[in-house]
Design a protein around this ligand. Structure first.
Ligand code: SF4
Ligand code: SF4
Length: 216
């Protein structure tokens, strides 16, 4: 993205990125927003509720948010988070029912950006959601030179995380689908040689097997 902005940033009227409180760290939306800010490019947001997955949370998370703002509906937290980012000028939200349309209109009738404490709580919840759903690969790449199949392990784990967070989605299956067969998760022979050097002690062979089975 930096190279693209270095080349074309001057000509851009806006930058459209996927941004929501879960992707703030997961897809590094924060880094992308910072870059667009550096280039003075307004942000247009897509997937503010991550395909609707942030419109309903686990009850423990919903309770924590409701304690902070009893009157705020759960989907509105996603929009209030974005209202807290001054560079955001447009939020594109898909709606599938008339009720959702009415709710969103009501939400945007007023700007109620999050306070520091509310934002901290929301991002902490996002971190907790990610810890539960994702494999904590740091992309250090210590493992890759140990793989006899020369798999791009951190990339595959990143796709696995995308797959689990979206409950399948289309991105991970599509990206894996265009890899050569001998570079897909199914090419893992389960030798575990990568696991000997992983500082995060990830059971990589298990992840590859699960991912491969899920994609069948
Ligand atoms: S377990 Fe799989 S990913 Fe790990 S080194 Fe062996 S073939 Fe590569
Ligand atoms: S060694 Fe572990 S943490 Fe590092 S890239 Fe490989 S799987 Fe990820």
């Amino acid at each position: 993205m930096k190279r693209f902005l270095d080349a074309y940033g001057e000509d851009l009227e806006f930058g459209q990125i996927q941004m929501n409180y879960l992707d703030w760290s997961f897809q590094d939306a924060k880094g992308k927003a910072d870059l667009l800010k550096q280039f003075d490019i307004p942000i247009w947001v897509m997937e503010p509720l991550r395909g609707g997955s942030l419109s309903k949370l686990a009850s423990e998370y919903e309770e924590r948010l409701t304690m902070l703002r009893p009157e705020e509906k759960i989907p509105a937290w996603g929009f209030r988070f974005l209202q807290s980012i001054p560079e955001v000028t447009v939020i594109l939200s898909g709606m599938s029912t008339y009720e959702q349309l009415e709710e969103n209109i009501a939400t945007f009738e007023e700007e109620r950006p999050l306070t520091q404490d509310e934002r901290k709580c929301l991002l902490k919840i996002a971190d907790e959601m990610l810890v539960k759903k994702t494999v904590p690969c740091t992309a250090c790449r210590y493992c890759t030179s140990h793989c006899p199949m020369e798999l791009d392990i951190p990339r595959l784990i990143g796709l696995y995380n995308e797959y689990t967070v979206t409950g399948g989605g289309f991105i991970a299956p599509m990206v894996v689908g265009v890899l050569p067969e001998n570079k897909r998760p199914s090419a893992c022979i389960g030798c575990k040689s990568c696991e000997q050097v992983c500082p995060q002690q990830i059971q990589i062979s298990v992840v590859m097997k699960e991912f491969s089975d899920a994609l069948k």
